[in-house]
Structure formats: C-alpha cells, structure tokens
Design a protein. Structure first.
Length: 276
C-alpha cells in the first residue's frame, strides 16, 4: 500500500493568510517542509481522503492524475476538508474525461447535504455518485475495505474518520477528532484490529489542549500507548502526527521532529509518501 500525505495543515494552512505569528513568519522564510496546505491524503493514487480547496495544488505538485481516483471518502463537511464547489468542474464543458469515468463519493449525511448543490448534474451525467455512511459502516471498494468511525468533533459537520484495509495492510486516518470515543476502542477489540500505520490529528502539537474536537501530541501519545497496550499496534506500526495549526506550539517541521520522535511519532509533511 502506498500512502501519501498531500496536505498536512488545519483550516488556516501554514503559513496562514495575513498571519504574522512566529510559526507563520518562520515557515515563510524556511519554505520546504515548513509549508503546509490543508489536509488530504491518497492511497495507491486511486482512493482519496478529503477534498479541500488545495486539491488542485496537491495534484499539480505531486504530478497526480485526478482521473485515476475512483473513490473519495470525506471526513466531514468543514470547508478545509470538503470544498464542494470544485466537484462541479467534473461536469462536461469544464473537464473532458475518459469514457466511463465515475467518481464514487462517501461521507456522512452532512457531507451529502453539502454536496447536494453539485451532485445533480454529476449524477445525471453518470460521472459521480454519493453514498451516505454512518458510524461503523463498512464498504468494499476495489480491493479496499473502508470503515467509518465516529469522530469527536463538530457534530454539525457530521464527523467521521476512517480505517482502511487492502487485505494485507490496515491504516487509520484519525482526523479531525478528539481522543477516541470508547465505542471506537470497543470496536477495535471486537474486530481484533491491527494497524500497520496510524495517522493522528495533532492540531495543537505541543500546546496543552483546552477544548474538545482535536488533539495534540499529548493525546496522540495516549492513543499510541493504549494501542500498544491493547494489541492494536506493535513495534512495527508506524505512528504519524498530522493536521497542524499555526496556533499550536512547536508546529514548524524542524522544531517538531525531535519532540515527536521522543514519543515514537513521525512528523508528516506535504507530499510525504509511505510504503506500508
């Protein structure tokens, strides 16, 4: 399984528009891995997770072909994870795609509501379809089994996060969410889950968390310890911190790598590829 982080930031991106905070100022100066666009990932160049406004840039920067993408799983309806307007560009007159191309979209009811304004034409032209998923629903697409898990985030955005298996390897893409609900841990136990890679929401990085809806390194470390203790991961499982806000502490890539490394985490960056 090839897993690629296309974007690795929270809603504002790093550096954020207009912002003069230390993290944004230094990121502008440093460039490279310090620059973070809105979070998105892709598996084997065919299964996409989320569709932010930076999708256009991601596919240009990584020399990817969007017509190779057959499935798109959306975590929730916030605009940094779902920029629905751009799906209209799939319609005839905006794009010329190969005969038979079809994009299957998945997400919660709130995601479906946000997509409604663009889906009519796409469905009429046979170019796309939407399937609603609820917590703990599983679907098989190609060689992948994708399970939706309930996220602790803005309930009005219909938040889910996803467990994805290709029959040999299993990954967890845990964004946007707080420390997992106990129902999720119970599901892991019931299904005897074992993860080969775990990507966790690290919005706050080293800033102590004072709200519910995201995580920082401290919460990531708690998830990792519990997974190891309960057998859902082992010494070969790769844990990755991802989805950073400039409002966190030590969010600049070079600053965070040694800190996260002490807790057993890799630090994502835009374009990062993992062969799992």
């Amino acid at each position: 399984m090839k897993f690629q982080f296309l974007g690795t930031a929270a809603a504002e991106g790093i550096p954020a528009l207009w912002c003069r905070c230390d993290a944004c100022r230094r990121s502008r100066e440093m460039g490279g891995r310090a620059i973070r666009t809105r979070s998105q990932a892709i598996i084997d160049d065919t299964l996409l997770i989320d569709f932010p406004c930076d999708t256009y840039k991601h596919f240009l920067d990584n020399r990817l072909d969007l017509t190779n993408v057959q499935w798109c799983f959306v975590t929730h309806s916030h605009s940094d994870h779902l920029y629905a307007t751009d799906f209209a560009c799939l319609n005839p007159g905006f794009s010329h795609v190969q005969d038979g191309y079809h994009l299957s979209l998945y997400g919660s009811d709130k995601v479906g509501e946000k997509l409604a304004s663009v889906m009519g034409g796409l469905e009429k032209n046979g170019l796309a379809s939407f399937t609603e998923m609820k917590a703990f629903d599983s679907v098989t697409v190609g060689r992948y089994t994708v399970t939706a898990l309930p996220a602790i985030h803005d309930v009005n955005a219909g938040p889910l996060f996803y467990m994805i298996s290709d029959g040999e390897k299993t990954v967890l893409y845990g964004h946007d969410t707080h420390y997992f609900h106990e129902d999720v841990w119970a599901y892991f136990k019931e299904k005897s889950v074992h993860f080969d890679m775990v990507s966790l929401d690290c919005t706050n990085a080293c800033l102590p968390l004072t709200y519910v809806g995201h995580m920082g390194l401290a919460e990531n470390a708690q998830v990792r310890r519990r997974m190891l203790d309960e057998g859902y991961a082992d010494e070969n499982t790769r844990f990755v911190c991802n989805h950073y806000s400039h409002n966190g502490i030590s969010v600049v890539y070079d600053d965070f790598v040694p800190v996260a490394g002490k807790e057993g985490f890799l630090v994502s960056y835009d374009g990062m590829i993992m062969e799992i």
